[in-house]
Design a protein around this ligand. Structure first.
Ligand SMILES: [Zn+2]
Ligand SMILES: [Zn+2]
Length: 111
């Protein structure tokens, strides 16, 4: 584990964490976890607005290896570590760093 850094709050785009992982919960909701590259706080980011079953249960292009892939859906993931950083105007936690994540279809467990 890396210790959390109490860096001053600053909004900035950063590269996605090296340990970024996508999970899917029982309801089929994609969920990302990762360690903020700036403050080293741990983050969990769920995307509940995606309808279960429509995205994750196997896109046709994925099953058949077909040529047509929809544009990957990109989302902004903000650092939401549980720590309130100095100079955070909203005091909602997080250091202001954000990165983009791309929702992929659920992969089989263990691969
Ligand atoms: Zn933090
Ligand atoms: Zn952070």
């Amino acid at each position: 584990m890396t210790a959390h850094e109490d860096v001053p709050y600053r909004e900035q785009r950063v590269a996605p964490p090296g340990d970024l992982r996508q999970h899917t919960d029982e309801a089929g909701i994609p969920e990302f976890t990762g360690t903020c590259p700036v403050c080293h706080g741990s983050n969990v980011f769920a995307l509940p607005r995606l309808s279960p079953g429509t995205v994750l249960k196997g896109w046709p292009w994925r099953r058949n290896g077909g040529p047509v892939a929809p544009d990957p859906e990109q989302h902004r993931m903000d650092c939401e570590c549980p720590v309130t950083h100095p100079q955070d105007p909203l005091e909602h936690g997080g250091c202001g760093a954000w990165w983009t994540v791309v929702v992929r279809p659920a992969a089989p467990q263990g691969s």
